[in-house]
Design a protein around this ligand. Structure first.
Ligand code: IMP
Length: 436
């Protein structure tokens, strides 16, 4: 029963879309397990660029069933737009499935998210404004709508009527416009009509695939440091991107996971507010941002850029039980004379080697760096580790040593083929890992 979890080891935007797309050839099913249309995956195949927010990137392969799992919050309008865009470009979307139990992001969730951020002003989280927090909030408060509810007008009317007075009161207090029950019911029922053929029992789909011995890929959105429980609260998203989230959000048990592949970039980025100890606000940072096209796929906001930070890396490897790593965007560092690698922090005059759980401590952390000589030459055409410049290999080995986990895939460009692959075996099948 091979199941592989793909998890972001930084603040999201590590290039998980490329990882999933690269592995997709070998799998029968790709499952998104959390988040919503706050995520953005850019997949490049030949001359084609696909930007996806909700539909797993496996949809680009005709043999794959793409599942939007129970742990995802779904904005039906975004999903419909994405399905139409894909069909319009000749992609078969008939195998896209969305969990009956996934919660719906309603228009009032989006309005509440935006109004709340405006109210927080200087201390805002910097959300994507997609209604993620309010939708997960309603789920926890048991007043949310689920995808299956879109198929029943009666249920819709009852549940929407129950929540709208409070939502409108709150929105009114924040200076935002009210919603009408009738309009929302009509809108939601229309979504249900359009999506009926895709709404399914996702957990059983996943379990049946595993029982048939098919390889299932569970694709996380965002990253470990944005995790509601394990990130720097409150500057986090409202779901669990960590590998454990694949179990709850994908409907599998921990022992069904065969491999946890962590994905990270050769440097760090972060979108939105919150502490970022190795952040670069100088010309070096700007240069990396420019070469790496570091602009949010969902919001178009410029991403904050920094040196790679191994302190949260060790934490991410631990909380996700990462068994292998894909390193993305190594090519973007070509041309820098020196690379800095964060290996520890100084907080209030004391050295700290582990990621502190307190956001305030992270805020005060001054990084301790190890410096590495850079390399001049472009590496886009390199396809084996042996052909990388010596300094690039040294940097990679340092990252691998700090992670304590093998780096098995290295991306040197946006295309599928621009990937260095080392031979590796999933953790269950390892006895003395042989890496070429
Ligand atoms: P929310 O998920 O829209 O509520 O935003 C919460 C925080 O997570 C903000 O800092 C966002 O910038 C960040 N965030 C959400 N989705 C992504 C993503 O896909 N990539 C990077 N950051 C994200």
């Amino acid at each position: 029963m091979p199941a592989t979890v793909i998890v972001g080891l930084q603040w999201g935007d590590e290039g998980k879309g490329k990882t999933t797309d690269f592995l997709a050839e070998q799998v029968a099913m790709v499952v998104r397990y959390q988040g919503g249309d706050n995520a953005g995956h850019t997949v490049v195949t030949g001359d084609e660029v696909f930007k996806l927010h909700l539909v797993p990137s496996g949809v680009l392969y005709p043999h794959i069933t793409s599942v939007i799992g129970t742990g995802v919050v779904v904005n039906p309008a975004t999903l419909i737009t994405e399905l139409d865009m894909l069909s319009g470009r000749g992609i078969d979307v008939s195998r896209v499935r969305v969990s009956r139990s996934a919660h719906v992001i309603m228009p009032y969730h989006v309005a509440l998210d935006r109004a709340n951020e405006a109210r927080l002003a200087g201390s805002k989280v910097g959300t994507t404004g997609r209604g993620i927090g309010p939708a997960y909030g309603d789920r926890a408060w048991r007043i949310g709508l689920r995808m299956e509810d879109l198929l029943d007008r009666e249920v819709l009317r009852t549940r929407i009527s129950q929540v709208i007075p409070d939502k409108n009161l709150l929105l009114g207090n924040m200076g935002a416009e009210a919603f009408s029950v009738d309009a929302l019911v009509d809108q939601a029922a229309a979504w249900g009509d359009r999506l009926a053929a895709h709404i399914d029992d996702a957990t059983w789909l996943v379990q049946a695939a595993l029982a048939r011995g098919e390889h299932v890929l569970l694709e996380g959105a965002q990253g470990t440091l944005l995790d509601l429980d394990h990130g720097s609260y409150p500057y986090v998203t409202s779901s669990n991107p960590v590998a454990g989230g694949a179990c709850t959000g994908g409907g599998i048990g921990p022992l069904q996971v065969d491999e946890v592949m962590g994905v990270m970039k050769a440097y760090a980025t972060r979108v939105g507010s919150g502490p970022f100890p190795t952040e670069l606000t100088d010309a070096i940072g700007l240069g990396i941002a420019e070469r790496g096209h570091e602009v949010g796929t969902t919001t178009g906001r410029p991403r904050r850029v920094g040196w790679f930070d191994a302190v949260p890396l060790r934490y991410a490897v631990a909380v996700n039980s990462v068994s292998s790593i894909m390193l993305n965007k190594l090519d973007i560092l070509s041309g820098l004379p020196t690379l800095r690698l964060g290996v520890g922090y100084e907080v209030d005059g004391r050295r700290l080697d582990h990621w502190p759980s307190s956001a305030q401590a992270i805020e005060r952390a001054v990084p301790i760096y190890e410096d590495f000589p850079g390399w001049e030459e472009p590496i886009h055409a390199v396809r084996s580790l042996a052909d990388l410049p010596e300094n690039a290999r040294r940097y990679l080995t340092a990252l691998e040593d700090l992670a304590g986990v093998p780096i098995v895939l290295v991306s040197v460009g946006p295309e599928r083929t621009q990937t260095i692959e080392r031979a590796w075996r999933p953790m269950r099948h390892r006895s003395g890992v042989a890496l070429s």
